[in-house]
Structures are given as structure tokens and as C-alpha cells.
Design a protein around this ligand. Structure first.
Ligand code: PLP
Length: 387
């Protein structure tokens, strides 16, 4: 028998797996399950991006690239940070990775030692605590509340700082809450990082999906303490291309490059040329982003109003493309609620268990308005049935 490593064994099997497995089973049996569980734009990658990738293939740009990415892309990322975020990262203080996820992974392994503590606002994206724990560091939750729209309280954050704290992970706009942390909150968090000499890892992958709030990069307040992570997946509907990037202090970027040089070497060459087109032809890209944003906004307004009308209290998120209804009216346990919704309404949702959001489930509204209307209709029927 093979003996698995302690690290592999430490990875928590996802509580969503059971629900996903059941959804697949139902689909195979011919049941028309509507999936509201995937965190992926339903738009196609913009044509000018696809054309650049085809050109790259035809021109033979199909070989290894520099570990940290082709120079043109790092220059374009550097210009993007300046243009859109007010951040000053020279091309050699930027690195390109296989998705935002790999940038985060490299960052945690470059910065954390076993026993370190990492502050993570909850509800959180499941990968943060899992990746942090893989390094041997400890994730420390900082709870936020639905009543405040999951806004981060800097006082609650600072109260959890100990001599072992090394890092704060921020994700604004956030998955799964859709919360956008206000400029005042970010300024206060930046001051905390400076006071206690902490590194902020700011995952801004949903930065363009903001509806009625102001999106500010925390790196503008504490540049020497911030590593900014971003990528092409969510903004440009490029999830399958696997392009992420990071900008921050040079020594951190260099350590991330060293890690990547011994793992995946470089992000896909063809995908790098595609991302280059997305960033260079930013006017065409912005038209796409604006269209996607206004579509998401319409869907958000509809699904939030619909869920609340059904008696499933749902705060209106300011960003990203997720909503988190309180499902205790269906069942006090969110895993059971998700199961009920799947079996009774044929809608796949993610139970909040893994996100530290008990009593809630997550729905992604990156799907058509027709699907959203049908989901609301099915949930209404389920609710009526249970009463
Ligand atoms: N960060 C957050 C909060 C996410 O939700 C995701 C994807 O679901 C990612 C990062 C990673 O995206 P990618 O690796 O496709 O860039």
C-alpha cells in the first residue's frame, strides 16, 4: 500500500464534494439540475484576446518563457498597476503565474514559516486557510457579520494580532461574500500592518466586478507591506487560460520566482500572449468588462430581490458574482439546506460550511437571467412545499 504524506493527509476534503457528487449523479440520471455553484464567468473570452493567442501559436511562440513571464507582459502588468490601481511596481517587481491561485501559493510558501499566524477575514475563500496550513502556518479567522454586509472591522483584526502573526490576507471584492472593504477600513488595516510589521497579501481578482462601491488597492496605503495578487480569469473571462500575476516588494517577488522555477517554470506561453493583448488593448478590454459588469449588476439585483422575497434573507453584495442567502428557514444546517435545494429544487449551490458561513449557502449569479428566474421559481416552490 502507498503511504500518503502528512501534508497530503492534512488537506481537508471539501464539504462541497458531497453536494457536487450528488448533482452529477442527478444529471446523469437525466434530471435538469441548474448549477449555481461555479465561480466562473459565463461569457466567452473577448475575440481580440483569442486572436492574439492564435497569432502567438502561428508565430511559434510556443516555447518555455522566462520563469517570471515574458518581458512584454510584465511591462503591461506594471503599466496596468499604475493605470488602474495607482501602484508603482516596476516590471522586475512583477511576476506572472499559472493563475491567481499559483501566485497565492507561491506567496504563502515564500513568506510563511511553520508556526506563523495568518489573519483571514471570514467568511473566506476556502483555498486561503488550506494553502496557509500546507506551509505549516496557522490560519486565524477574523469574523465579519452579514448585518454589516461582511465589512471588515479593523479593531477585531488587530485584536487577533499576536507575536506569531506574520500576514493578513485580504480579498476585496470578496468570494463568497461580495463584500468590498471601504477605503477607510483598508487604510486602517494598512496602518495595522505597518505597526506590527505584517505582510498584506491582497487578492484583487474581482476588482473589476464592483457595482456600487469604490474599489481601492490597499497597496497604495502601505506599498512596502503589500503583495497585490490579480489575474485574467474573472475580469476577462479567461479562467481556462491560467494567467495570474503579482506585484510587490522585489525580494518577495524574487523568492516567488525561485519557487516557481522549481515547480511549474512558467505560465503557458500562448496564454501569456493572450493576457498581453487583454492588457495592451485595454480599451477593447474595458468595453468587454463594462458590458459584463452591467450584466452582473442586473442579475445581482434580480437574485437578491428574489431571494429576500422568498424569505431567504440575503445581503446585497457590492462586488464579485456571489450571493449568500441565510437558509435557516429551509434547514438550520447549511449542508442539509444545500441537499434540500438540490433534491427538492434541482439547483446546485455550495453550503457555507467550508467558507466559515454556517446557516448560509453560496450561489454564483454568473449565469443567464433565464436560469436565475427559473432558480427563483424552483426555490419558491420548494419553500411552499416545506411550509
Ligand atoms: N482568488 C479568489 C478569491 C477566487 O475566487 C479565485 C477563483 O475562484 C482565485 C483567486 C483564483 O483564480 P485563478 O487561479 O483562476 O486566477
Amino acid at each position: 500500500p502507498f503511504l500518503l504524506s502528512a501534508r497530503a493527509l492534512s488537506l481537508k476534503p471539501s464539504a462541497t464534494v458531497a453536494v457536487t457528487g450528488r448533482a452529477l449523479e442527478l444529471r446523469r440520471a437525466g434530471v435538469d439540475v441548474i448549477s449555481m455553484s461555479v465561480g466562473e464567468p459565463d461569457f466567452d473570452t473577448p475575440p481580440h484576446v483569442c486572436a492574439a493567442a492564435i497569432r502567438a501559436i502561428e508565430e511559434g511562440k510556443t516555447r518555455y518563457t522566462a520563469v517570471n513571464g515574458i518581458a512584454e507582459l510584465r511591462e503591461a502588468v506594471s503599466a496596468k498597476f499604475r493605470r488602474e490601481n495607482g501602484l508603482d511596481h516596476a516590471p522586475d517587481a512583477v511576476t506572472v503565474t499559472g493563475g491567481g491561485k499559483q501566485a497565492l501559493f507561491n506567496a504563502f510558501f515564500a513568506l510563511l514559516n511553520p508556526g506563523d499566524e495568518v489573519l483571514i477575514p471570514a467568511p473566506y475563500w476556502v483555498s486561503y486557510p488550506e494553502m496557509v496550513a500546507l506551509t505549516g502556518a496557522f490560519p486565524v479567522m477574523v469574523p465579519t457579520q452579514a448585518e454589516t454586509g461582511f465589512q471588515l472591522d479593523p479593531v477585531a483584526l488587530e485584536a487577533r494580532v499576536t507575536p506569531m502573526t506574520r500576514m493578513i490576507v485580504l480579498n476585496s471584492p470578496g468570494n463568497p461574500t461580495g463584500a468590498v472593504f471601504s477605503p477607510e477600513v483598508l487604510q486602517a488595516v494598512a496602518a495595522i500592518a505597518q505597526r506590527h510589521n505584517l505582510m498584506i497579501v491582497s487578492d484583487e481578482i474581482y476588482e473589476h466586478l464592483v457595482y456600487d462601491a469604490e474599489q481601492v488597492s490597499i497597496g497604495t496605503f502601505a506599498p512596502e507591506h503589500t503583495l497585490t495578487i490579480n489575474g485574467a480569469s474573472k475580469a476577462y473571462a479567461m479562467t481556462g487560460w491560467r494567467i495570474g500575476y503579482a506585484g510587490g516588494p522585489r525580494e518577495v517577488i524574487a523568492a516567488m520566482n525561485a519557487l516557481q522555477s522549481q515547480s511549474t517554470s512558467n505560465a503557458s506561453s500562448v496564454s501569456q500572449y493572450a493576457a498581453l493583448a487583454a492588457l495592451q488593448d485595454h480599451e477593447a478590454t474595458n468595453r468587454f468588462v463594462q458590458h459584463a459588469r452591467s450584466e452582473y449588476r442586473r442579475r445581482r439585483d434580480r437574485i437578491v430581490a428574489g431571494l429576500n422575497a422568498l424569505g431567504l434573507p440575503t445581503p446585497k453584495p457590492q462586488g464579485a458574482f456571489y450571493v449568500m442567502p441565510d437558509t435557516t428557514a429551509l434547514h438550520p444546517d447549511e449542508l442539509e439546506a444545500a441537499r434540500l435545494i438540490l433534491d427538492g429544487a434541482r439547483v446546485a449551490v455550495v453550503p457555507g460550511t467550508d467558507f466559515a458561513a454556517p446557516g448560509h449557502v453560496r450561489l454564483s449569479y454568473a449565469t443567464s437571467m433565464e436560469n436565475i428566474e427559473e432558480v427563483l421559481r424552483r426555490l419558491g416552490a420548494l419553500k411552499a412545499e416545506l411550509q
